[in-house]
Design a protein around this ligand. Structure first.
Ligand code: CU
Length: 760
């Protein structure tokens, strides 16, 4: 053999061995990050369990108990007719605040665990809704009808939320009784294929009429493009459907709208079309290649998005429904109607907030088509908490977040699992929480990375997706934020449409609307009783003390204690002091009242004029902030019954504001955040969260003696003479050791499509 070839082969062999050795060495060096340890300052207890959502077993127990003890032929809700009796929902009835505090703070008895059940009685001579308290769990022995006590009267049946089976019956009515009336129009203008029962989708509007007792809903008819959102494909056809009668055979289409024209029926539409008297726009159902709603990116590559991981394992801990992070602790749960809620939020063992919860989200639309112009959605009615579907690892939350399952029972006789629908994670926001580089006086650097703990759910309410976050900062601040994404709602683009939005597709008008979201914030700062204190500034003319010939405009701190509920109700456009504090009687080291400030980030604007017949059903939205005295009977600012009867609202928030004293009382802040949405081309295919987030902060204000983050173990401080490469001097220098591990990246799994959801 040629010597050169032998030499070349030898070199190749040696190089291969060296490469293999180096790979092996490298692999043996990279160790897995320690995810087993959880570094927390606090210890878990079981007290948070009094706020825990009902388990699957408990939901089953309540349903079984109700079925055995209400001897009135309760049918499975999925098979219910409007004239049936059925269980609508079962959920936790949280203990009263008094009982909870007695247990949490004074070693009192553990409050009884109870459920709240909503039951429809369509068979009664005067059909009604009843609410039962069922307890004690886990083995119920009583069901108390609390309807009268809660609502001072019967709950009229027409206020009931529309259930899946009602939507299904409406859909069947359209398919079997209505569409056949306009066969040639539907086929020739909209390409309707009768054999495809999913050719069209119908989007419900709400409210449903103009007076109490009505149940007349405008449905927008859309092309149901497979694999994308039908919301962007209006056909121009809309139907006003009367589904008030408890006999669904007596339901009927009351009015038809097509391309700017109102008609009595689909038969009339067909007749006019055949006579050539109808102005039509011939359309084809969008296909994948011309579908403006498609979210399919066409091409995707191996993921190389930055990934955050915790080199020493998670720095927060979750047990049952209790979360510990740094000096924070809180309990969490999900109300099936209202969504994510937190209880007993403490910092260093001191309670700051008793309850922080989403109350309601509304949207008021405008359009030159009937469905859009009459839409005032109240999402609590549709169920914000039931609409939190599984979160996608790596997109909806960081890949390495902790994912938690939720169960609910609503519009189903069996508990429904929403797997991985809450995520909890610590986020390094990439900005210092505080820092200073000193080049004056002496040289040093001090800083702290801003890492926050986030608990998140994303509620998909029809077309829209709301990202609800609660965030906990190391300086003792809490941030609440809601970010909007998902599909916009649209109307068929017609003449005059540009007065109500922007054209965003060949036939699509993005319709103008507002978003208002209401929160309950039951702050307990340094004790249960607080006062509301306003600080702001004003300029005052002052003679210059050392030169009386001159005046200057002195900046003065103004202080005011707001003593009544009426004084503490701030309308959206009215002035509000910039610093609003819940103040305690306790004083900090500097003799200031220990307080927490409410700071809002909101662009809500106008709600609805008072003359609107539905104004009172959502009039919490009139106020950016209202502070009221805590009352057990003023639990929530809205009601699931308000949507279908906004003309005599079951809960009218403005009634909470009745000039009661709010000085040195247990106070609740009702905060409304929101924004105006004028959909534009870039809302296609989806609205983006960037720029569409609003919320508020709860910030310590003289609550501490200094910023508590000064004690954070994450803080960094160094001076010029120090050895910054030493791990003992500078924690950042430890990273080359501590962060040389490889995070355990769990395999990607997703079961979100297993959830039940309604496609109308
Ligand atoms: Cu919007």
């Amino acid at each position: 053999m040629n010597v050169k070839i032998v030499t070349a082969l030898l070199i190749l062999a040696v190089a291969t061995i060296l490469a293999l050795v180096s790979v092996l060495l490298f692999v043996s060096k990279t160790k897995s990050c320690n995810s087993g340890t959880q570094k927390t300052f606090l210890k878990h207890n079981d007290q948070s369990l009094i706020f825990a959502d009902l388990t699957r077993e408990e939901l089953d127990q309540v349903v079984a108990y109700l079925k055995n003890n209400i001897k009135e032929n309760l049918v499975d809700i999925s098979k219910a007719d409007p004239s049936s009796n059925c269980i609508y929902s079962v959920e936790l009835l949280p203990p009263s605040k008094k009982d909870a505090l007695l247990y949490l703070d004074k070693g009192g008895p553990k409050p009884r665990r109870e459920a709240m059940a909503v039951v429809y009685f369509g068979s009664h001579s005067e059909p009604e809704i009843k609410e039962y308290v069922v307890g004690p769990l886990p083995n119920p022995t009583y069901k108390n009808d609390v309807t009268l006590q809660r609502y001072k009267g019967k709950l009229p049946y027409h206020r009931r939320p529309v259930i899946g089976s009602e939507y299904k019956q409406i859909r069947q009515h359209f398919l079997l009784k209505e569409y056949p009336k306009a066969k040639s129009f539907l086929k020739e203008v909209l390409g309707y294929n009768e054999s495809d029962s999913e050719y069209f989708a119908a989007l419900t509007s709400a409210p449903r009429g103009f007076a109490s007792g009505e149940r007349q809903t405008w449905f927008g008819i859309f092309f149901n493009s497979q694999g994308s959102g039908f919301f962007l494909h209006p056909t121009g056809l809309e139907l006003l459907f009367n589904h008030k009668n408890l006999d669904c055979n007596k339901w009927s289409v009351e009015r038809v709208f097509y391309n700017g024209e109102y008609l009595q029926s689909l038969s009339e539409l067909e007749e006019k079309y055949k006579k050539g008297q109808l102005k039509v726009v011939k359309m084809k159902k969008p296909h994948r290649e011309d579908d403006i709603a498609s979210l399919n990116p066409q091409k995707s590559s191996v993921s190389d998005i930055p990934l955050q991981y915790e080199p020493q394992g998670a720095r927060y801990s979750i047990k049952n429904n209790q979360v510990l992070f740094h000096h924070w602790s809180f309990a969490f749960g999900v109300n099936v109607n209202r969504g994510l809620r937190l209880y007993d939020i403490k910092f260093k063992g001191e309670r700051i907030v008793y309850e922080l919860s989403i109350q309601e989200a509304i949207s008021v639309y405008g359009s030159n088509a009937p469905t859009g112009m009459s839409t005032r959605y109240m999402d609590g009615h549709f169920g914000i908490g039931r609409s939190i579907f599984q979160l996608v690892r790596g997109i909806d939350c960081p890949y390495l977040a902790t994912f938690i399952d939720t169960h609910y029972l609503l519009d189903s006789d069996n508990p429904v699992l929403n797997k991985g629908s809450i995520c909890i994670f610590e986020l390094n926001t990439g900005i210092p929480l505080r820092r200073h580089f000193s080049s004056l006086g002496s040289s040093y650097y001090g800083g702290l990375a801003n890492t926050v703990l986030i608990i998140r759910t994303i509620a998909t309410l029809g077309n829209y997706d709301y990202v609800f976050d609660f965030m906990f900062y190391q300086n003792g601040a809490i941030e609440s934020k809601v970010s909007a994404t998902g599909y916009i709602s649209t109307s068929f683009f017609m003449d005059g449409g540009a007065q109500h939005g922007n054209r965003v597709g060949p036939y699509t008008l993005g319709t103008i609307h507002t978003h208002f979201i209401n929160y309950k914030v039951d702050l307990d700062v340094g004790g249960i009783n607080n006062s509301l204190v306003a600080h702001d500034m004003e300029f005052q003319d002052q003679v210059v003390p050392w030169n009386p010939e001159w005046k200057l405009q002195q900046t003065m701190l103004t202080k005011k204690v707001l003593t009544s509920e009426n004084q503490a109700a701030f309308q959206q456009h009215g002035p509000m002091p910039r610093y609003m504090q819940f103040a305690s009687k306790q004083r900090n080291k500097w003799n200031h009242e220990r307080s927490f400030r409410i700071q809002m980030v909101s662009f809500a604007g106008d709600y609805l004029p008072e003359k609107s017949s539905v104004h009172n059903a959502m009039n919490w939205a009139k106020y950016k902030l209202a502070v009221t005295k805590h009352k057990e009977e003023e639990q929530t600012s809205s009601s699931i019954y308000n949507q279908n009867d906004p003309w005599s609202p079951t809960v009218q928030f403005s009634n909470f504001i009745n000039n009661e004293n709010i000085q040195d009382e247990d106070l609740v802040a009702w905060i409304t955040t929101g924004f105006l949405h004028i959909p534009h081309a870039e809302d296609i295919p989806n609205t983006v969260t960037a720029g569409n987030g609003v919320g508020f902060y709860l910030r310590p204000y003289n609550y501490f003696n200094e910023d508590p983050s000064v004690f954070s173990e994450d803080a960094v401080y160094f001076q010029p003479h120090e050895d910054l490469s030493s791990c003992s001097v500078n924690p950042l220098a430890c990273l080359s050791q501590t962060a040389s591990c490889t995070p355990k990246v769990p395999p990607f799994t997703y079961n979100g499509f297993d959830n039940e959801y309604i496609v109308l």
